[in-house]
Design a binder for this molecule. Sequence first.
Ligand code: NOJ
Length: 548
Amino acid sequence: MNPKQNLLWWQRGVIYQIYPRSFKDTTGNGVGDLQGVIEKLDYLNDGSPGLTTGGTEASLGVDAIWLSPIFPSPMADFGYDVADYCDVEPLFGDLATFDQLVAEAHRRGIKIIIDYVPNHSSDQHPWFIESRSSRDNPKRDWYIWRDPRPDGSPPNNWGSYFGGPAWTLDEATGQYYLHQFVKEQPELNWRNPEVRAAMMDVLRFWLERGVDGFRVDVVGLLIKDAELRDNPPNLDADPNLPPNDLAGRQLQVYNQDQDEVHEIIRAFRRLLDEYEDRCGIGEIWFELPRWVKYYGENDDGLHLPFNFRLLRQPWQAQAMRRSVDELEAALPAFAWPNYVLGSHDSPRLASRFGGQAQARLAAMMLLTLRGTPTLYYGDELGMENGVIPPEKIQDPQGVNLGAERTRDVCRTPMQWDEGPDAGFSAVEPWLPVSADYATRNVAVQSADPTSMLNLYRRLLWYRRRSPALYGGDYQPLDAGDADVFVYLRTAGDERRLIALNFTADHRRISVPGEDTGQIVISTHLDREERVSLSDLELRPHEGVIVEL
Ligand code: NOJ
């Protein structure tokens, strides 16, 4: 029996992130919606019986979807400004559509993870409207209000991640409120027990509706320094930062990652543990020693603090290996690793890593490392950064900090087919469809046996049936060429070798102690053959999975 058979769904599975505004519009308003997600579930995993855990290879084969925020929102930060934590934004549908989505997903064996945005609400949330109405309103202390300094300036020097100071003066009551993103995202005061109780009720509301997990937005920001001290300057800051990027010029010492946050995370975890088989994921960008603490001391923290480290590496085999090995070394025995290569906050991976060939190799790496992979919608097509004309920039980060910082580039509509607007919508979409949509889309790539989409399908379905890949051990190997990242994945008798050539040249490797093996997938999707492992040639940008 394979010792790893008892893995939970969030350990053996693959998560697929959907940015709901950009996935599929069924109402004809240019913005994606929940009905659109329902219509495309079979694309993600049709769940039909037959293969190991349901589904057929005609579908992608993911196990869970994470939906970026779907709650009522004025959209100052496209849903990350929540005006009601317990309802659905009318643009996206309603609670009945959400319930239908959960049921339809579950019928196919797909889990549903939703975004939970506890650090800040919208300034249109009734709690904030009350809070700002007067200094003695009972909800005043639900947000973080402070008097101006004697000269009238903000209470401390903190900058907003979206430019400018992190404080806005409320003229009517004469105090500043804190917001580390746009001023329409006032920060909740998690030191107030009433806020904690109300926000725990939000989790309960969605757990009762059947969601399988939460991705907790900027969870490390929930608690700030009790004295709100000034952040020190960042002496290494890029001198070319835009003048209003105050946060970029500071070391983020007092505004985030305070030890007391772990007490709140433990409370989240206790709540999740009251339900069966639920999962807590956190958005945490801190350096490894601080980041790892978010798993908790004794398996009492988040199940998966998102690991974005690979996404920040240069395109070099040794840099990737170092990042993986450091992670493996830092994890406590109970902790399960995970890897993210794309999200709604980062440039598209095909653009970031240099092109389609690199993106194919990255796909193989992501889906064969030890730990839960998270895919970002459209990366399975090799979607590249969209070109957004300056007058069409929507993202507040791009509006405030300059066009080159806009995250709109990775939020363009999903490319379904060669029809108008890529089959995403019947009207002009909220962001322009990428120019390459006529050739880079689901329909065209489904018909091309060696497309990126078919590579993802092959990798996902192979992984699904391979205990070594979804649950086995990881061991890096030196195989004679430092530009090729080589590792073994093993579970019981099953042994899989992965070799990834990070260069644009032909390379030869020699795997110690191995004679021959069977290539089952090449990133080029054009060879399945028995090969010598003492002298294995890899073509430019080629990666292979070899059965030993
Ligand atoms: C992180 C989210 O991923 C990002 O999109 C958002 O702008 C900020 N948190 C603020 O909620």
